[in-house]
Design a protein around this ligand. Structure first.
Ligand code: HEM
Length: 388
């Protein structure tokens, strides 16, 4: 089996460089072993990725970062295996159903419109900092019934947990920030037990599993996961979408002129710029298509490797608005498929509609170079935009 030294953290690099690097890797290695850190396997083809994600017995979610194979934390439901995972998904499903998201969408649009109107008069902004991070974090605070004034604190925690970069102290810093988030949510859970309201945490404190109330510790593991899963993903996905549109005027003017094209365009942008790189822990010795995997090995599954596979998508490295049969897996596959998919799609659609209604014509200023990073997810650090 091929061996390479692929560093999953990498450093800052020009926007889009990681996708191009993965495209090259796929062309040469359908899978390989990275010798970085303790070493881990990397899958690079649609069919292999589909098969691995649909086999949760061989590929466990007990560890979901290739550099941290024996974590001391447990995000619920992401790091649960069956049958425990099924019980939690059943409890959570109604809170993220299309009906639940519809009920929130008026509020989401209101928040979005206010942010876009504020920015419009400025004539320029850094899209990542000024919009893509603030908007989903505000929606998340609404969802959990938390005060929107906490936005700054949440953004700082998000940075420490999700953007540690490759610095040697990233793990201790990540753990410290996770402890702070958990401490904060412990206060909220206690308060909602006393004074329930109409929000997610107030519902969650009423849940029972096997006839027993769900312990606080598990509720905190759930809150932490929702924090990790719901914020940075939408930020990163929106940032790549707007980077593409800002640098492809034909696609941008089509979207601005035809709001009805936004839904399909968003799916295509998610396919072409899939940001999530799930990982799994191998549970038994297995020969996976010639790969001698051992129990305890880690496996990295960059979803962009599946979604830009030319064997499945013609012109896979291009954004093709109006693409037919766009069966991408940007929200994952199998039992851990994204629980917040309806919410994420609503947030992104509303953001694209509201932004293009008010600011239809924008671009990256001359000489500016948007930069990206890779960690648990790919994302942009900066996206300077200007408009008249
Ligand atoms: C564009 C935005 C988003 C993308 C691309 C995305 C993508 C994903 C992917 C690929 C997974 C599967 C991970 C795996 O297989 O290990 C996942 C899981 C999950 N996502 Fe999302 N997500 C997004 C937004 C959200 C939002 C807004 C929420 C809710 C607040 C959310 C909640 C979750 C949860 C709870 C899981 C774990 C599901 C489970 O383990 O059963 N996601 N997401």
């Amino acid at each position: 089996m091929d061996e390479l030294r692929y560093d999953p953290l990498g450093g800052a690099r020009p926007a889009g460089a990681t996708f191009a690097m993965f495209d090259e890797l796929r062309a040469r290695h359908p899978m390989f072993r990275s010798t970085f850190g303790e070493g881990f396997w990397v899958l690079s083809r649609y069919d292999l990725i589909l098969e691995a994600l649909q086999d949760p017995v061989t590929f466990s979610n007990a560890a979901v970062s290739v550099l941290d194979p024996n974590p001391r934390y447990r995000w619920i439901p992401e790091m649960l295996d069956q049958p425990e995972h099924t019980v939690w998904r059943r409890l959570l499903r109604p809170l993220f159903s299309p009906a639940a998201v519809n009920a929130m969408s008026g509020k989401i649009r209101e928040r979005c419109t206010a942010m876009v109107d504020d920015l419009a008069a400025r004539g320029s902004c850094d899209f990542v900092t000024d919009f893509a991070r603030r908007f989903p974090t505000t929606v998340f605070l609404e969802l959990l019934g938390l005060p929107v004034e906490e936005l700054g604190t949440f953004l700082a925690w998000e940075d420490a947990i999700l953007h540690g970069g490759s610095s040697p102290d990233r793990l201790p810093k990540r753990l410290a920030a996770m402890r702070e988030v958990t401490g904060y949510f412990a206060g909220v859970v206690a308060e909602r037990r006393e004074n329930p309201r109409d929000d997610l945490i107030s519902t969650a404190v009423t849940w029972e599993i096997d006839g027993r109330p769900v312990p606080d510790e598990d509720l905190l593991d759930l809150c932490l996961l929702l924090f990790m899963a719901g914020l940075d993903t939408v930020t990163a996905q929106l940032s790549y979408a707007f980077w593409h549109l800002a640098t492809h005027p034909g696609d941008r003017s089509r979207i601005a002129a035809e709001p009805g094209a936004i839904l399909d365009a968003m799916e295509e942008l998610m396919r072409a710029y899939s940001i999530v790189m799930p990982a799994r822990k191998v549970t038994r010795d297995v020969d996976f298509h010639g790969c001698p995997m051992k129990a305890g090995d880690m496996l990295l599954i960059p979803l962009n490797q599946a979604n830009r596979d030319p064997a499945v998508f013609p012109d896979a490295d291009q954004v093709v608005l109006g693409r037919q049969r766009n069966r991408h897996m940007a929200f994952g596959v199998g039992i851990h498929r994204c629980l917040g998919g309806h919410l994420a799609r609503a947030e992104m659609r509303i953001a694209m509609e509201e932004w293009h209604r008010v600011i239809p014509d924008y671009r990256v200023p001359d000489g500016a170079q948007p930069m990206e990073h890779a960690d648990l997810l790919l994302g942009l650090d900066t996206l300077p935009l200007t408009w008249s």
